[in-house]
Write a new protein. Structure first.
Length: 152
């Protein structure tokens, strides 16, 4: 019997799990909402936000959505090419390239996206909202804008 080691293509991080309810005729219906970030730590990163009947279902759905929304971030020497400030709803995320050895200086939700994207040195600041979903989306959009602006 041969055992093959199956290497996972992407690492994933569950940023947030919330219990959400909606009111229906018979009372309240409970579901779970999961925010998942996936990445190969080599420039590719994706985010997914989905609801499910239980936690595992929500995480599975969010992970498959994240795989459908992958982007390639342009990394240069383990950091981003230039400074960028991105706004998503009321969340504003500022990303600045940093010298080698700095590490990832970022708050929780922003750190998850940047580390899974493979950024090794960066300085960031979350301005405005502290909403995890908005900050993750703002960081994702910032990396996507870099791609649009500097792909040759």
């Amino acid at each position: 019997m041969v055992h093959e080691v199956i290497k996972k293509e992407f690492d994933n991080k569950v940023v947030e799990i919330r219990r959400v309810t909606r009111v229906v005729a018979g009372g309240k219906r409970m579901r779970f909402r999961a925010l998942v970030v996936i990445g190969d730590r080599n420039g590719r990163v994706g985010i997914g936000l989905r609801k499910g009947v239980d936690v595992a279902d929500a995480i599975g759905k969010a992970t498959s959505q994240a795989k459908k929304h992958l982007i390639q971030a342009p990394l240069k020497d383990g950091t981003i090419p230039q400074r960028i400030q991105m706004e998503y709803k009321s969340a504003v995320v500022l990303l600045k390239p940093a010298r080698a050895g700095t590490g990832i200086i970022a708050g929780g939700p922003v750190r998850a996206v940047l580390s899974l994207a493979g950024v090794k040195n960066i300085t960031s600041k979350m301005l405005g909202s502290s909403n995890k979903i908005s900050n993750v989306r703002a960081t994702y959009e910032a990396l996507r804008q870099l791609r649009e602006r500097f792909s040759e």
